[in-house]
Design a protein around this ligand. Structure first.
Ligand SMILES: [Zn+2]
Length: 151
C-alpha cells in the first residue's frame, strides 16, 4: 500500500487556502467523505466538475488511497481552521493579494504565494503540522486508555 505523504498534503492544502481556494476542504468533505454528487458540489463552490475531481485526485494520491483520504480530509479540516487566504477573491471575480494590493490571475495566485509570501506559507504549514502532532498524540492516549480499561 502507498504511504501517506502528510507533509505534501499539508503543503498542498496550505497553499490552496492562502491562494484563495479556501473552499477546498469543505468541497472535498462533501464530495469525497459525504459522497455528494460532483455536479452539486462543483456548482455550490463555483468551480468545474473537472477541477473538483482534480483536487480529489491530488488528495487521494498524497493520502495513498481513497480510504485514507476520506479519513484525512476531516483532520486536514481541523488543522487548517482559522487559516485565511492572502489572495482573496473580490466581488467582481478577480483575485487580489491583500498584502501587495495587486490583482492576480487566479491561476497565478499559488505561484505568487510561493514566491512572495513564502514565510507566511511556511508559518502556516508549521502551525498545521503542530496541530497534527497534537491530534496524533491525543489519539494515541485514547488508544492507551481503551487498552488499559480492556485489560
Ligand atoms: Zn502578495
Amino acid at each position: 500500500m502507498k504511504q501517506t505523504d502528510i507533509k505534501s498534503l499539508v503543503n498542498y492544502v496550505a497553499l490552496k487556502i492562502l491562494g484563495g481556494s479556501d473552499y477546498l476542504i469543505e468541497a472535498l468533505e462533501e464530495y469525497l467523505v459525504k459522497g455528494e454528487g460532483p455536479a452539486t458540489v462543483a456548482y455550490k463552490y463555483n468551480i468545474s466538475k473537472h477541477q473538483l475531481r482534480g483536487y480529489a485526485q491530488r488528495i487521494i494520491e498524497k493520502s495513498g488511497s481513497e480510504g485514507k483520504a476520506k479519513k484525512l480530509v476531516p483532520i486536514l479540516k481541523a488543522i487548517s481552521e482559522g487559516i485565511t487566504p492572502i489572495v482573496k477573491k473580490e466581488n467582481d471575480g478577480s483575485y487580489e493579494c491583500s498584502l501587495c494590493n495587486i490583482i492576480i490571475a487566479k491561476e497565478d495566485s499559488e505561484e505568487h504565494i510561493r514566491k512572495y509570501h513564502k514565510e507566511i506559507l511556511n508559518e502556516n504549514i508549521n502551525i498545521m503540522m503542530q496541530r497534527l502532532e497534537k491530534i496524533k498524540k491525543d489519539l494515541q492516549q485514547n488508544k492507551a486508555v481503551i487498552f488499559t480499561s480492556a485489560s
